[in-house]
Design a protein around this ligand. Sequence first.
Ligand SMILES: Cc1cc2nc3c(=O)[nH]c(=O)nc-3n(C[C@H](O)[C@H](O)[C@H](O)COP(=O)(O)OP(=O)(O)OC[C@H]3O[C@@H](n4cnc5c(N)ncnc54)[C@H](O)[C@@H]3O)c2cc1C
Length: 459
Amino acid sequence: MLSLDENFDNLSIINSATNEKLLEIEIPEGQDKLIKKLKEVFPEESKAIDEYVEISFPPKYEIIPVIILKCFPFIFSKLFKYLVAPKFMNYVHTSIGQALDKLTSNQLLKSAICYIGIDYGSNPKATPLYEHSMIHNIFKNGGHIPKEGADDIVESLIKVIRKGGGDVMSKANVASIHINKEGKCGGVCVLKNKDSIIIESPIVISSAGVYNTYSKLIPRPIREKLGYNHFKYTPSYSVQATFLGYDGTIEELGLKFQNYFIMTNPDFDGQFTRYMESDGDIDPKNGIDIPILIANLRPYNNKVSMTILSFANHAWFQEWNHQRVGQRSVDYEDLKERIANRALELLYMKHPQLENRHSVMSTSSPITFNHYLSNNFGDYMGFKRVVGNDDGVFRWGRPMSNLENLFLVGQDIFAGGVQGAMLSALITCGCVLRRNLFDDLAKAVEEMKKWKALLFCFK
Ligand SMILES: Cc1cc2nc3c(=O)[nH]c(=O)nc-3n(C[C@H](O)[C@H](O)[C@H](O)COP(=O)(O)OP(=O)(O)OC[C@H]3O[C@@H](n4cnc5c(N)ncnc54)[C@H](O)[C@@H]3O)c2cc1C
């Protein structure tokens, strides 16, 4: 993994209606340094900062009981969740926006805490406190990216799978879950070069997301029998991504190895609502602007690639979903380009030296994710965790399905993002193996530390 600078996040808050710069803050790795930094920038908010830390670092809810409830049949969580995990249930029913409103009225401080919303794809008033605090904890030790990009994760996983005697098929669409004679899950039905092949297996673990699995892959009559016709799915918000390639190193481009966040109004919720409820026409003077964007960097040889993510509404693009990717109409390209151009304007406000410096650029929209990631609503972050939605957490966001031998894994089961998806693998595999894999992981980490210390002595 490549570690970002010690000050890994860089947040600029402007008022894009007036072009006024309101805040520039670099977020350091490490909890103590973060607290110190926030107190330096907001000296009069020391008490509010301490109170925020108290509820969030580490999250003050019952993590292990929640994982256990997720692994037991749904009836257990239905009956016992308030008894076993009362604090967690409070975190499900409170938004990070509400929690912060109780601590401070300082919008800039709230934004300096909630800017990570773009990391989990949501805004403060819509995000349950448990999700925000889980993701804030994941990031408190800094930013890290796979050295060779996302492929690194895939390549490493394939090696482990093949070492264990398994194999990986690509461009092989699972058409449905195969139901065996006993009416249990007995494998998958795969489409390969227009042929339909049944791959039998005693256990199936679906990483295709809860919507695809419950609403598409389980055959319809079985779906109804298992109660999945009542499945209520709330898709996560979507984003527009702009990919840029630069010749030159990070230093040559006048940048630091940081995640750059640009917020266009300290009232995140207000700006978010106006923008998402618009028809995609940006009008900063009237408070309709991309509420926040994040620019991620990846150095590669003497080049840098940058991905800019900014929120976008799937509904703006839906009418072009049926058209072939790469061959969509001019109106579609225009809308996509307008949002990308605004994202670039905001980036250049912060880094004027980057203007016209890129050598490659391509843009995507929420419907691009439908094509490449098999999403259905541009929901690249999967199931939207909504304040007060207990069912989302325990009924649908669980590793065991109602169909015997079918399990689920991925961001929908635990938390959004790559880390959330990886942690869910520990929960699901633990559930299949009936073993606490978190303990195994802790032991493996201890072992690795010992080896590292030993190697250090020989240096
Ligand atoms: C542009 C972009 C940038 C991002 N940046 C970050 C970041 O910096 N940090 C971070 O933590 N997260 C980031 N994310 C989010 C992250 O990629 C997801 O949260 C994560 O990949 C979720 O993992 P998952 O395994 O649950 O689902 P996915 O990675 O979506 O995997 C699901 C897989 O199932 C496959 N599938 C679906 N249906 C079928 C079927 N019928 N047959 C066969 N296969 C099927 C899909 O093709 C897909 O490959 C980003 C996402 C995007 C789109």
